[in-house]
Design a protein around this ligand. Structure first.
Ligand SMILES: Cc1cc2nc3c(=O)[nH]c(=O)nc-3n(C[C@H](O)[C@H](O)[C@H](O)COP(=O)(O)OP(=O)(O)OC[C@H]3O[C@@H](n4cnc5c(N)ncnc54)[C@H](O)[C@@H]3O)c2cc1C
Length: 474
């Protein structure tokens, strides 16, 4: 059978963004011109920046906020991700190791509140982001992945939150979504999907209605913490008491975060609508699904019967340099398509309507960092490691409260104020990231084909764990 052509990634905006803009382009937000004095400047118009601005306007309706975005709000990963809004129960073992049982459970409850909170917000603000709270399914697709979730599901059980993340038998997995590749699995109730760009553009609309000043097409070229903080663009500057960095992978360009993250690409292919094929595989419940790879495959459906299939095995880049390999890599898009056809052979003749990619800000713990830089007026959240949709909602609560000096129980969570785990310096970092990524992709390809992985690749893929990072295979 001839496989459908894979659209070239990077030649136009991702489908999600085109769909959202066609529906509502929103009012123009021209670039910054001149000097603006304000209370808070936010760098980056993705979810982190916009949720922070939203929370700040809730806490203080009079607060003056300016957002500087180099592209359009939601033009980055916030408008082109997989749309998984998922909890942290699968991260329990790492969280318990870092923060103890109570701290871990508190953090998971906070993210779970954000999973629900995104839906409640959409309802309240009349944003139709296709919010579908159908839960999140992890599946094994080869023997190496079997029971990869068990440590976390058992821990959830011990900590009294078992119903939120529990193991499923192969039969239960197939009942939710039938695939020749699926084996056992685990199900998290705190999971939903959204059309990510509709959410981002909905946030932008609500912020404009609240008087937040948004400057698109305004890359910040220089930033000084101050106080006051000063963010300069080619057209002007914003001077503010408080600053918030919602820069995701781009934060790696700042001296403070140069060794806090590595960057990997992640790519998605989107099929044409094929609701009859979805029905035939019984995947009509709207669950979002991932496999157990480090270069994770993640996939979800849309209300009109498409599959969006993502693959996290895109190439590694240098932190802070977000270049074309994160958006234009046809090979990474091909890998995502191969995952689609492997898991859903009946989609082999369904046309692919789009393919796109973006950067993933990988932290050393696989979890984001939230905090404040010295001297105390610059607040940040990043390192979401490809799981930022629900956590960036929580980031908004944390950063909004920190920036306004307000009490919110979320600022007392142990995840706040931790220093990022530092990666080795350059050039070891870039070379090492590339080598480890190649080794992981090679190892996981062998595992997917039930072949014994190359020993050297296996050893290299485990280096991050050996060095104390919570990344890659055990
Ligand atoms: C292909 C892909 C799929 C993903 N799938 C999922 C998923 O299904 N579920 C999930 O939870 N997470 C997913 N993620 C991750 C998720 O998209 C991010 O964690 C989340 O969007 C982070 O939001 P943010 O606002 O911090 O970052 P961003 O959305 O990246 O926003 C940062 C913004 O800063 C802007 N910026 C950068 N530098 C400057 C500058 N100098 N001046 C001004 N502006 C600047 C950028 O243009 C960008 O808009 C995925 C990511 C990718 C790339």
């Amino acid at each position: 059978m001839t496989e459908p052509a894979i659209p070239r990634p990077g030649e136009r905006r991702a489908y999600w963004i085109r769909e959202a803009l066609a529906r509502d382009p929103g009012e123009p937000c021209p670039p910054l011109q001149g000097v603006l004095n304000t209370d808070m400047v936010i760098l980056g118009g993705g979810y982190t920046g916009m949720w922070t601005a939203f929370v700040a306007t809730e806490l203080d309706p009079g607060v003056r906020i300016a957002i500087l975005e180099q592209d359009i709000c939601g033009g980055g990963p916030s408008g082109r991700n997989g749309g998984f809004v998922t909890g942290w129960w699968d991260e329990l073992p790492a969280l318990v190791a870092m923060y103890g049982q109570q701290g871990a459970v508190d953090a998971c409850h906070a993210v779970a509140a954000s999973v629900a909170g995104v839906g409640q917000w959409c309802e309240r603000h009349d944003v139709d982001a296709w919010y579908t709270p159908s839960g999140y399914l992890s599946v094994s697709t080869n023997t190496a992945q079997d029971a990869g979730w068990r440590h976390a599901t058992e821990m959830a059980q011990q900590l009294g939150v078992g119903p939120r993340y529990r193991e499923l038998s192969p039969v239960e997995v197939q009942a939710r979504c039938s695939s020749p590749a699926f084996r056992g699995g685990a199900f998290m109730t705190d999971g939903a999907t959204v059309q990510p760009a509709r959410l981002a553009r909905g946030l932008r609309r609500v912020l404009l209605e609240r008087g937040v000043r948004i400057f698109e097409g305004s890359p910040v070229r220089r930033f000084r913490a101050g106080p006051p903080a000063v963010a300069e663009t080619s057209g002007g500057s914003v001077v503010a008491d408080q600053a918030v960095l919602g820069l995701n992978a781009w934060a790696g360009a700042l001296k403070d975060f140069r060794r806090s993250m590595v960057c990997w690409g992640s790519y998605i292919v989107l099929t044409a609508p094929a609701p009859d094929r979805l029905e035939a595989v019984g995947w009509t419940g709207g669950e979002c699904i991932t496999d157990g790879r480090t270069a994770v495959r993640y996939f979800r459906t849309t209300p009109d019967g498409r599959i969006a299939m993502g693959g996290g095995g895109g190439r590694a880049g240098t932190a802070g340099q977000v270049g074309l390999i994160f958006t234009h890599d046809a090979e990474s898009a091909r890998r995502a398509a191969e995952g689609l056809w492997r898991f859903f052979p009946s989609f082999r003749d369904v046309p692919l309507d789009d393919a796109w990619g973006g950067p993933i800000d990988v932290s050393g713990t696989h979890l984001p960092v939230f905090g404040t830089l010295r001297p105390g007026n610059v607040h940040y959240a990043h390192g979401y490691t490809g799981n930022g949709v629900a956590p960036s909602h929580l980031a908004g609560r944390i950063l909004g409260a920190l920036a306004l000096g307000r009490d919110d129980p979320v600022t007392a969570l142990p995840i706040v104020g931790t220093r990022p785990k530092r990666f080795p310096p350059e050039p070891i970092l870039t070379v090492g990231t590339w080598m480890v990524r190649e080794a992981i992709v090679k190892t996981e390809r062998a595992q997917e084909e039930e072949r014994a992985p190359n020993l050297a690749a296996r050893l290299v893929s485990r280096i991050p764990r050996k060095l104390g990072f919570r990344l890659g295979p055990e």
